[in-house]
Design a protein around this ligand. Structure first.
Ligand SMILES: Cc1ncc(COP(=O)(O)O)c(C=O)c1O
Length: 432
């Protein structure tokens, strides 16, 4: 039996104070632990596969700051590169060679990207890509999938995943109807529904955007033929295909999910890993489309801190580390051991569960599977997930505080970390 008595006095004090200072005490909703119950722990520092809270408890981390920490937190080479970059200043607001270096790395890695624009977050990347899709096609309508999350811009807050799913929120107040009338939705993995939308909106749809592997409604893989079908349908209707690889980029493979599945979209959005833990986003794709972005073209998009030298530096070093042979094989093998182990334990302890894993991304639903889309995911026993989450936390395992978020491993996670995690899961599931 692992120690289950963690002292969280300081976390509680700090979070109580935070609630008077910031809405819900947090800077982003899912962090507040609303859907799993209990109080969030307040971090003090992070290193490798581990985090330490302000009460000095140590946890094995499977959130990895929501994806960026694929090399482990505070990797010494990333930190050293940042120290060096810091001496040269924190922001230029002007061109730097660092942007060229990271742009070249992204272009060489991601099959669809011939030109790239750096921004400051995944939200910004998705907002910008939508404007570009509309400008290029001269059409206004967009197809997105239920449970997919493309940041918090108005046009995407329709049946969105992530915090919207976690908190069970309706489409957000403050989003005018006019902002979402052109956003059409379909269930993930449902090609027929997409086909129908195209038929009902002939020559009006600018494109289709999706997470090629959903991570914001829990982990949902694309069915065989789904991505191929979307590629064919978009071609057939003169619409663009956009992969939102903010989460999957450089995680599923060095070239992202598009490399893994061999489907090349027209445009791609990135974030998370390419900033190595600093705020960043990017969008890129076909040269003829990207050439429309200002100042090369007339589609306006800009940013004071875009291409920030610290973010570029952390991104460059992170991608360099990921290029080492064996990175993705290792991520896949430890994550498979974890995902298979969790399912096996659930089965042995009598819990209905399903889940999966690709490379260093995984998920576990307390549901009779399989889960093909958000409707299936919503049938999960979220109460049970909450108890599981709390039990794991008490045993030093930090999982995403929501049934509707994927988990992430890093190259810093060891076989021993996975074994400790499975041991804790065994303890928790046998008492759920
Ligand atoms: C697939 C996807 N797109 C867009 C975003 C938004 O990115 P950001 O939180 O950096 O604005 C996220 C964030 O989790 C994401 O997972």
């Amino acid at each position: 039996m692992v120690n289950t008595t963690i002292k969280t006095t300081k976390s509680q004090e700090i979070f109580a104070a935070a609630q008077n200072l910031m809405p819900g005490g947090v800077s982003s909703p899912v962090r507040a632990f609303k859907s799993v119950g209990g109080q969030p722990i307040v971090f003090d520092h992070v290193k490798g596969a581990y985090i330490w809270d302000v009460d000095s408890n140590q946890y094995i981390d499977y959130v990895g700051t929501w994806g960026p920490a694929i090399c482990g937190h505070a990797h010494p080479e990333v930190i050293a590169a940042l120290h060096e970059a810091l001496e040269k200043g924190t922001s230029f607001g002007a061109p730097s060679v660092l942007e060229n270096i990271l742009a070249e790395m992204v272009i060489n890695a991601v099959p669809s990207i011939e030109m790239v624009r750096f921004v400051n977050s995944g939200t910004e990347a998705c907002m910008a890509v939508l404007r570009l899709m509309r400008a290029f096609t001269g059409r206004d309508k967009l197809i997105k999938f239920e449970g997919c999350y493309h940041g918090h811009a108005d046009m995407f807050l329709v049946k969105a995943g992530s915090g919207v799913a976690t908190l069970g929120l309706p489409d957000s107040p403050g989003v005018p109807k006019s902002a979402t009338t052109n956003t059409l939705t379909a269930p993930f993995n449902d090609l027929e529904a997409v086909k129908q939308l195209f038929e009902e909106n002939r020559d009006e749809i600018a494109g289709v955007i999706l997470e090629p592997i959903v991570g914001n409604a829990g982990f949902i893989a694309p069915d065989a033929g789904f991505l191929e079908g979307l590629r064919e349908l978009t071609h057939e209707h003169g619409a663009l295909l956009v992969f939102d690889e903010v989460m999957t980029g450089f995680r599923i493979a060095y070239g992202g999910a598009q490399e893994k599945f061999g489907i090349t979209p027209d445009l791609t959005t990135l974030g998370k890993i390419i900033g190595g833990g600093l705020p960043v986003g990017a969008y890129g794709g076909r040269r003829d489309i990207m050439s429309m972005v200002a100042p090369a073209g007339s589609v306006y998009q800009a940013g004071t801190l875009s291409g920030n030298p610290l973010a570029m530096t952390a991104g460059i070093k992170t991608l360099e580390l990921l290029q080492k042979p064996g990175t993705y094989e290792y991520l896949d093998s430890i994550t498979q051991k974890l995902a298979d182990g969790l399912l096996q334990i659930a089965k042995e302890t009598g819990h209905a569960a399903c889940g999966g894993q690709i490379s260093g991304m995984f998920g576990l639903f307390f549901a009779n599977g399989p889960v093909h889309n958000y409707e299936d995911a919503k049938k999960s026993d979220t109460g049970k997930f909450g108890r599981f989450h709390r039990g794991m936390l008490e045993r030093g395992i930090y999982l995403a505080p929501s049934q509707f978020e994927a988990g992430f491993t890093s190259i810093a996670h060891t076989e021993e970390d996975i074994e400790r995690t499975l041991k804790a899961a065994q303890d928790v599931m046998s008492t759920l």
